[in-house]
Design a protein around this ligand. Structure first.
Ligand code: 5GP
Ligand code: ZN
Length: 120
């Protein structure tokens, strides 16, 4: 099967082992995805060097989004496996800018992976 992320052309940031590009169906404006260049299905298969390269682009991505969109916060998330909601099986880190008022009560953030458990 061909992998859409192995064939991404619209790269925004790049280093030796990783790419960053905008999500095609963004949760919010500026939603970035960061991937290793090597086709690896999930996060726990990455090498230390790939994790570092991804982390560097995460920081550079944050700087870029701060300048471009001036968000009020961020969610960083990785869906590891189908049970966790992963749909594209080339590991990617979501960097999602958050804006005051983008939802009624944002309390709990990534706890919302199980919506009724988000608020405790
Ligand atoms: P997952 O659910 O696997 O964590 O996330 C997959 C992400 O890839 C989703 O946020 C979805 O919007 C994004 N996506 C799916 N197809 C494409 C595509 O062709 N191009 C880009 N840039 N993003 C995509
Ligand atoms: Zn791939």
């Amino acid at each position: 099967m061909t992998c859409i992320f192995c064939n991404i052309k619209e790269v925004i940031l790049e280093n030796n082992l990783a790419f960053a590009f905008y999500d095609k169906f963004p949760v919010n404006k500026g939603h970035l995805l960061i991937i290793p260049k090597r086709h690896v299905e999930e996060y726990f298969e990455l090498t230390n060097e790939e994790r570092t390269a991804i982390d560097v682009l995460l920081m550079e991505g944050k700087t870029l989004l701060d300048k471009t969109y001036e968000p009020d916060g961020y969610n960083i998330g990785i869906n590891c496996g189908k049970a966790a909601g992963q749909t594209v099986f080339h590991v990617h880190v979501h960097l999602i800018p958050r804006y005051n008022g983008d939802m009624e009560d944002p309390r709990g953030g990534v706890r919302g992976v199980i919506p009724k458990k988000r608020i405790y």
